[in-house]
Design a protein around this ligand. Structure first.
Ligand SMILES: [Zn+2]
Length: 67
């Protein structure tokens, strides 16, 4: 999955900063940019993908399964 561009940056409730990136397939990724000093989540390291959103384009077909 390749990054197309940076959309914005956000802070999480735990005060870590994440960058919101758009990928070439139209998804958005939230990737830890700068962990907060007080964050207790050990997974929140730079480069950790917090969440991968759904594609922004409207053809959100659920895939080829269960037809
Ligand atoms: Zn955190």
């Amino acid at each position: 999955m390749r990054i197309l561009r940076v959309l914005q940056s956000q802070s999480l409730p735990c005060r870590c900063f994440v960058g919101v990136y758009e990928t070439y397939d139209g998804r958005t990724l939230h990737i830890i940019d700068e962990p907060a000093a007080g964050c207790r989540e050990s997974l929140h390291q730079p480069g950790y993908v917090v969440s991968a959103g759904t594609p922004r384009v409207s053809d959100a077909s659920p895939g080829r399964s269960a037809r």
